[in-house]
Ligand binder design. Structure first.
Ligand SMILES: *Cc1c(COP(=O)(O)O)cnc(C)c1O
Length: 465
């Protein structure tokens, strides 16, 4: 064994090898960077030999060298690859939080690139030649699509909730129905954010029922706010009652100092009920029903970048903009660029809203999805896989409209001698990664979230397997 280990060439010798020099040039690495990786590779081979060989292994010097440079090149390649990669979403879940939620529209992408590549008027008033505010970039378009008096944007909706509670209810009380004290996506809990903000949570009602008098009885001098929270990924059914904003508005008549805030979660700008999808009220409706202020995500139903949008009364938004936290939670120019372009689509006709991939995917008809499924079948002919057309349902995801099932077409893919899990893993580990669903012991791809171009990528991948 000692003999074998002694055959490993010293680092200074490897450095002189032409392959070392070639790798260095090809991957644009410094001597120090490649030397560090070489040391790691040699140490790894040494450990491997110590644990696996028994003295009978006698490689030639050339074999050892090949082994070192193969491992080194792989290491260099792995470390130069991006961590954030494209993934093909075959799950049919449109707003898959693990897969990056909303895809941006082409307009939004163009605006992001423009903002990234150039200087911009992010905080510059071109007309007057004076300092401007980044809030101005986005406020007008939010007002126009929601009907709000004023608006602002922060990092995400969780940040919006935090800012609102901290700026408007710190050291005061906030009344929330027990039926709305939800946890969303495992990391957002209203009660935890409330505690962090310094506001005191006053729970009213029960898990399944809360009545107007529950709120009314809880209002005291210290009450700053009544907060309604969209229950998002959670649905109570059966013997239930919650208090609509409209009724809360009448309570407010006797208590004008109490603010009405609704965390809408998804924040639909389009009325999906017109398309017989879900029961999601629009942002405009929530404001019209008497909310002083609302907040919602940019990358859920809206179909834009990650952001938290706050809209409502001018006097309240003014207080929020002035708060120190607003500076901490502010969004960058690329987010503003993408959000403005996404929101602009809502100011045009319905057809324009189909430019937003999220909206398009939600509204896409079964027959239109079927066409892509048929294309998949056609292109998959002759492959050593059994590919079959199936009917099923897709989910919206992202904690949005739980229980809503959109009728869709899928393809099931199987191969003789392969388990579903095996195929699922192979597709996941291919490049780009293809994420599928296993249903009834078969791999399924939902064509709702697959583009025509992605069909070709999947077919090519299957060919290679
Ligand atoms: C999703 C959601 C949040 C968190 O929004 P992010 O934009 O993910 O930070 C907060 N409240 C509700 C009701 C939600 O559905």
């Amino acid at each position: 064994m000692k003999e074998l280990l002694r055959q490993l060439p010293p680092i200074h010798e490897i450095q002189k090898n032409e392959k070392f020099i070639a790798i260095k040039g090809m991957y644009n690495l410094s001597q120090d960077q490649l030397t560090a990786m070489t040391k790691e590779v040699v140490a790894l081979i040494r450990t491997e030999w110590l644990h696996t060989t028994n003295g009978e292994y006698t490689p030639t010097a050339e074999q050892i060298q090949n082994r070192i440079f193969e491992a080194l090149e792989k290491k260099v390649k792995d470390s130069s690859a991006y961590s954030l990669q494209r993934v093909i979403n075959g799950t049919g879940t449109i707003l898959h939080t693990n897969l990056g939620r909303a895809k941006l529209s082409e307009e939004a992408i163009d605006q992001v690139v423009l903002a990234a590549r150039n200087y911009s008027n992010l905080e510059y008033n071109i007309e007057n030649g004076t300092r401007g505010s980044r809030h101005d970039i986005i406020e007008k378009v939010i007002k126009s699509v929601t009907g709000a008096e004023a608006a602002m944007v922060v990092n995400n909706n969780a940040a919006a909730v935090y800012l609102i509670l901290k700026a408007l209810a710190k050291e005061k009380e906030v009344i929330v129905s027990r039926g709305e004290l939800v946890e969303i996506g495992g990391s957002f809990r209203v009660s935890a954010i409330m505690e962090e903000s310094g506001a005191t949570l006053v729970e009213v009602g029960t898990t399944n029922k809360t009545h107007p008098y529950d709120y009314e009885e809880a209002i005291r001098e210290q009450t700053a706010m009544i907060m309604k929270v969209h229950t998002s990924n959670f649905k109570t059914i059966g013997f239930t009652a919650s208090v609509p904003l409209k009724s809360l508005k009448s309570i407010k008549k006797d208590h004008p100092q109490v603010l009405l805030y609704e965390d809408l979660g998804s924040g639909a700008l389009l009325d999906f009920r017109d398309h017989q999808i879900g029961e999601e009220p629009t942002v405009r409706e929530a404001l019209g029903n008497g909310a002083d202020i609302v907040s919602f995500s940019g990358d859920k139903l809206l179909g834009g970048p990650q952001a938290g949008i706050i809209a409502g009364k001018k006097s309240i938004i003014k207080r929020l903009k002035k708060h120190q936290l607003a500076r901490v939670l502010r969004v960058d120019k690329m987010t503003l660029a993408a959000l403005e372009a996404t929101l602009k689509a809502y100011t045009f006709s319905d057809e324009k809203q189909n430019d937003i991939p999220t909206v398009k995917a939600i509204l896409e008809s079964k027959s239109s999805i079927q066409k892509r499924a048929m294309q998949f079948l056609e292109k998959g002919q002759g492959l050593p896989f059994h590919i079959k057309l199936e009917e099923g349902t897709s989910q919206i995801g992202g904690g949005t409209m739980p229980g809503v099932e959109l009728a869709t077409f899928l393809v099931s893919i199987a191969r003789k001698g392969w388990s579903a899990q095996q195929l699922f893993n192979e597709l996941r580990l291919s490049e780009p990664s293809i994420v599928t669903r296993i249903i009834d012991e078969k791999v399924h791809i939902d064509l709702r979230t697959i583009t025509a171009e992605e069909i070709d990528i999947i077919i090519t991948t299957l060919q290679r397997l």
